[in-house]
Design a protein around this ligand. Structure first.
Ligand SMILES: Nc1ncnc2c1ncn2[C@@H]1O[C@H](COP(=O)(O)OP(=O)(O)OP(=O)(O)O)[C@@H](O)[C@H]1O
Length: 249
């Protein structure tokens, strides 16, 4: 399958500081990539760089034939990047419905799937339908995350970037979000990159897995192969194998 995303020799960081060094990666249309690594290894910096929110020092990023690295951050959503940052970008002073309608946009040409509309987001996340008229400030952490994902979806992106979407959420909400993310990606074929601290949960719903260490790629391969090698995974993530907890799904 043709690559949707190509990252070539990417270097980026903040100001003069270089965090990512010579990163190469590719993602085919319809694939989900689990982006893993210890704390501070550059995962968020890579997501931010795709969204145009860091300083790029070198290399190329091409999305569906468009040279993304040449575009300012505010043009990258129109080019197909649906970014859900760690801090859950929602307008807290607007209602759930206003958040979804303030950005809703028709599907891009060529997309085979039904376009994402606020109604489809409510179907995906019934909790949001119940909270339509609530302000962003009145939502739980899980509901805010659902709304942040919904806001990215109604832009009808080609590539969804989810940065630690499960962080700090109760197990029941984590399961609900995982089911929704699997539906969006695996069932509906939207390409995605997911940064996550729960590797096994996210590897289960991903096609590919990439591990960063010190801003460089130290592993890139099939997600199921990595999930099947817990010792390798632990080694890559620097996990101490004392309790076995790291393998819990
Ligand atoms: N705004 C910033 N300005 C300067 N340095 C930063 C900034 N944000 C992150 N860094 C540095 O970049 C490096 C990579 O951080 P990054 O947040 O990308 O890692 P991460 O793998 O996402 O970690 P975590 O899992 O803890 O979120 C770290 O050394 C961090 O201190």
């Amino acid at each position: 399958m043709a690559d949707l995303l190509q990252i070539e020799n990417l270097s980026a960081g903040y100001g003069e500081a270089v965090v990512l060094n010579g990163v190469n990666a590719a993602l085919a249309e319809g694939e989900t990539l689990a982006l893993l690594g210890r704390n501070g290894t550059g995962k968020t910096t890579l997501m931010n760089t795709l969204a145009g929110a860091t300083r790029q020092h070198g290399g190329r990023i091409v999305l569906g034939g468009v040279e993304l690295h040449r575009l300012p951050a505010h043009e990258r959503a129109a080019a197909g990047i649906g970014w859900v940052p760690q801090e859950r970008n929602i307008f807290k002073s607007l209602t759930v419905h206003e958040n979804l309608t303030a950005v809703a946009r028709p599907t891009r040409t060529g997309s085979g799937n039904r376009p994402w509309t606020p109604e489809r987001v409510y179907e995906l996340f019934p909790r949001l339908a119940e909270r339509k008229t609530n302000l962003g400030t009145q939502l739980s952490g899980g509901e805010q995350q659902m709304l942040a994902i919904g806001r990215a979806l109604v832009l009808n992106p080609r590539l969804l970037l989810l940065d630690e979407p499960l962080e700090g959420l109760a197990p029941i909400i984590v399961e609900e979000l995982l089911r929704a993310i699997a539906r969006i990606t695996r069932d509906e074929g939207l390409s995605a990159i997911i940064v996550e601290q729960h590797p096994q949960a996210i590897l289960r719903i991903s096609h590919r897995a990439m591990v960063l260490d010190h801003g460089s790629v130290v592993h890139n391969g099939a997600a199921d192969a990595l999930a099947a090698q817990p010792a390798l995974l632990d080694g890559l993530l620097g996990v101490m194998r004392k309790t076995g907890e790291a393998h819990a799904a």
